[in-house]
Design a protein around this ligand. Sequence first.
Ligand code: MSP
Length: 475
Amino acid sequence: MYNKFYITTPIFYPNANLHMGHAYTVTICDILSRYKKLLGNETYFLTGSDENTGKILKSVEEKGENVSVYLQNISDNFKELYSQLGISYDQFIRTSDKEKHWPGALALWQKLVEAGDIYKATYKGLYCVGCETFYKEKDLEEGKCPVHGTIPQEIEEENYFFRLSKYTVRLKDKIREDEIKVVPVSRKNEIMALLDRGLEDVSFSRPKKTVPHGIPVPNDPEQVIYVWCDALVNYISALGFGRDDELFKKFWPVDVHVIGKDILRFHSAIWPAMLMSANLSLPKSIFVHGLITSGGVKMSKTLGNVIDPFHLINEYGKDALRYYFAREISPFEDGDLTLEKFKESYNANLANGIGNLTSRIMKMAEDNLSSSAPVSDEGFPEEYIKYLNNFELNRACDFVWNEIGEMDKYIQENKPFKVVKENKEEGIKQIEFLVSKLYFVARLLEPIIPDTAQKIKNLVKENKSPEKPLFLRKD
Ligand code: MSP
């Protein structure tokens, strides 16, 4: 049976280089995408950068730099992190791309207009440049943006509005019935509560002078498309919507949008409403992860607790960071990363766990087997599949490390290295059993720590012990 799997990350603001939270999002998408590919799906993995924002322009102008050179450098830096993390994305979309993104954004806008869902009105409100969103007085905390802690700008301007309110009831039905499955349930409840309070129409454009690099509204060059409306369309413009429908027909609707909890409203209310208005299919699921903290608080320069993903990759290797994200961060809640915790988990589960086990088994195999042990490339355990289908990456890892623990126990109890000296046939049987199990574990590790999994598979096939430990212990 033909199965496709389309997965997306949010597109990131290029106001600075990517940080640990972004590295986390792309890594979990990569793990899910590799997993689906391993199961035989045709996968498409989209990521990119959200470039048409007033915020960027401001920061670039302050530095006196050229906007397009600046954006190019930043997206190169994003891609460098992806490469160092082993991210197997299919496309990196940039919303400043007039060839790939703009036709889709304009085509969708046109559909909203045709549906009668766009109207012009004067807007008076409070705007947070950090969030690129309007706030109501009641949403502020002591007059400040609840996310950035800054005082929003008071704005009065002519905008085009999108009739979001019209879609409240339909959205509620779709989310309640899991036609758009919002995972975990706590986030589904959160969005249902928001829908219960009712949605108001949203401003969908800004005057051109505030965002000169934005996409001009068709037939009104004085207005540009509001950055969130523009950004959300990336999920279909990248597939060729509005220019060349081939990928769009093949991969839309998306199987999963992976997002952080701070952008839930945009993805589970505004975006599906836009799709409904344009009469397009809706996302099948939205996986909402928590935020990464360090020592229980947000990483920040002021607190001095920022850990750079490049630093950890340099010091420990990409698989170590991928492992930490998958196993040690709960996918549905905020998760913590400190240098101490990272080292402790690395030593216990990578250096001592899978690393040490591979050395022990492959040393016995190299010394005693005349050729590589028989292995199987068939099938995956039900439990592993169930966890990964539910985005429970940590539980999938627990399952694999439980297998690793079982193998350690088997060696301790049976002592095959002794048995093989006394009863060669029985000893070889035990060693072959361990090698085939190690190969099985390597297959399960493929989406999570692909380089290590490949190394183990190669060692098994060549019947060799590793020349140096897979993961050097750190003191
Ligand atoms: N540009 C918008 C998204 C548009 S998608 C159509 C945006 N960009 S962002 O760069 O600010 O954030 C992108 C993603 O990174 C969000 O999902 C956000 O939740 C995630 N993270 C930002 N900080 C994070 C952590 N500390 N931890 C985990 N994820 C974090 O929003």
